[in-house]
Ligand binder design. Structure first.
Ligand code: C2O
Ligand code: CU
Length: 491
């Protein structure tokens, strides 16, 4: 009898312990589930960065705001009228195709190739792109990486538009706001579609005789420059000032640089560097970032190295000798000379923190070690709230064990300091900032482009694992939904 009782209690105790473990786990699991459809404007929790909050519910009670229901991102478009200066049609396909160097890749193309065609415009041009999805089964969009377009033209599925289904099209229209080197890519299931080839370069500047556009991408583990593995050469006469526009469309940082002559870093992420001086170091180009390198072509030619000399592009009248990149790296914190920013970060009225960490738990029901933002997991992450005209400071720090190339849409930000050391070189404007493990950056920007903007890691698999949040202007709404009947999946 006593035996039976003891066993019964033992079993009950075991059950109790099991429940004590399972119930909280089940709770964590259940609360991690991402709804099948949600409004990105309602995601997570509002973070006002110490600035004023405006309660949307109470607009009607505020003087002068009766009946106001905010601005839809769908209304924040580029010019509706006017004849475009640049008018292109880009057709996306899922297909087997051949790289420029001959290898077959099963992926995605734009107008039959990857990278897709170079779009060229001048500052102020009205650009019109008719995007057609011929055969990308998950749907697709085009995002203009680094171009601070009006929000409605930003091309993010579920945030600024619906993914374009097979057989559908979408017309983008915007004025080219600033000269520089940019790229376009799908922002629907982007971790897969960009990797597979759904992207291309865009340059806002007239072509010059010594211009070279070099888009770096890895297809099926094969690294390429402009779709070519190995080495190649562009014919440029000696003495020409060559401007080499390098685009990193991969998910990882890559060291690049010119060998065979000193060169200048003349632009970063579509913004000119002030007072660049000649260097013989390498440049660490973040995933999604761009850099313009300039040098007078020497008689024997020069070479753009990507990682190693084995992956390089000869530039000049003859094929220059192969040489690896030097070990040292240009540091933009001190490179170039200072110049006015055009605003005063000391007057910031929003101060945000973007703390990237990693923690065990569930993400959409899947157990794992997941990225966290300010201690929160996707989709319960901060929504950085601003009002138009705000001066915004943000401290991005990273203790997650890996590096993250952080990309804010719709804005360029300036670096104020790294690990507490103030920037003293040229204003370091960027749209894609590599934040290494254990590093922290203080950045600032002016909130001058109303909308709902993604702010995410451009190692795109990381974004799809939840390293995503948004910058939201007060009073903005979106009619689009992540998930839902359009199957929008921006990451
Ligand atoms: Cu290049 Cu959110 O993207
Ligand atoms: Cu990342």
């Amino acid at each position: 009898m006593a035996e039976v009782k003891k066993r019964k209690w033992g079993r009950l105790a075991a059950l109790g312990i099991t429940l004590a473990v399972l119930v909280p786990l089940g709770y964590l699991w259940a609360t991690s589930l991402v709804p099948g459809s949600y409004d990105p404007a309602d995601m997570g929790y509002a973070d006002y960065g110490g600035g004023p909050s405006m309660d949307h519910e109470h607009h009607a009670e505020m003087p002068g705001m009766a009946g106001m229901s905010g601005t839809s991102v769908a209304d924040l478009t580029g010019p509706k009228n006017g004849i475009p200066n640049v008018n292109v049609t880009l057709i996306a396909r899922k297909q087997k195709f051949q790289l420029a160097s001959g290898e077959t890749v099963d992926g995605y193309t734009v107008n039959g190739t990857s990278p897709g065609p170079l779009i060229r415009a001048r500052v102020g041009d009205l650009i019109q792109v008719t995007f057609v999805n011929e055969s990308v089964p998950d749907g697709a969009t085009l995002h203009w990486h680094g171009i601070d377009v009006p929000n409605g033209e930003d091309g993010v599925a579920g945030v600024t538009q619906d993914a374009v289904p097979v057989g559908g099209k979408h017309v983008y229209r915007f004025k080219a706001p600033a000269a520089g080197t940019y790229w376009y890519h799908s922002h629907q299931v982007s971790a897969d579609e960009v990797k597979g080839g759904l992207f291309g370069p865009i340059v806002i500047a007239p072509a010059t005789p010594g211009e070279v556009v070099a888009t770096i991408h890895t297809y099926d583990g094969k690294r390429t420059i402009n779709g070519r593995t190995g080495t190649a050469r562009v014919e440029v006469p000696a003495g020409t000032t060559a401007r080499v526009r390098v685009i990193n469309s991969d998910n990882a940082i890559v060291r690049v640089g010119l060998v065979g002559t000193p060169y200048k870093v003349v632009a970063v992420d579509g913004r000119d560097v002030h007072g660049p001086t000649p260097v013989t170091a390498a440049y660490a180009l973040a995933a999604g970032g761009r850099v313009d390198l300039e040098a007078a072509v020497p008689a024997g030619g020069m070479r753009l190295d990507v990682g190693t000399a084995a992956m390089s592009l000869g530039i000049g009248p003859t094929d220059p000798p192969k040489a690896d990149l030097p070990a040292d790296t240009v540091d933009l914190l001190t490179y170039g000379t200072s110049a006015p920013l055009g605003f005063d970060p000391a007057r910031a009225n929003r101060n945000f923190e973007y703390r990237i960490g990693r923690a065990p738990g569930f993400l959409d029901g899947v157990p794992g070690l997941w990225w966290t933002i300010n201690g929160h997991k996707f989709p319960d992450v901060p929504m950085f709230m601003v009002a138009e005209g705000d001066i915004v400071k943000m401290k991005i720090s990273n203790t997650s064990g890996q590096a993250h190339p952080m990309h804010l849409h719709g804005h360029h930000v300036v670096v104020l300091s790294r690990d507490g050391v103030p920037a003293t070189g040229s204003p370091w404007w960027t749209d894609t900032l590599e934040v290494g493990n254990k590093e922290s950056y203080e950045i600032a920007f002016v909130a001058d482009n109303p909308g709902l903007w993604m702010d995410h890691c451009h190692n795109l698999p990381h974004a799809s694992q939840g390293l995503v949040t948004h910058l939201m202007y007060e009073g903005i709404t979106t009619p689009y939904k992540v998930g839902g009947s359009s199957h929008n999946k921006p990451e």
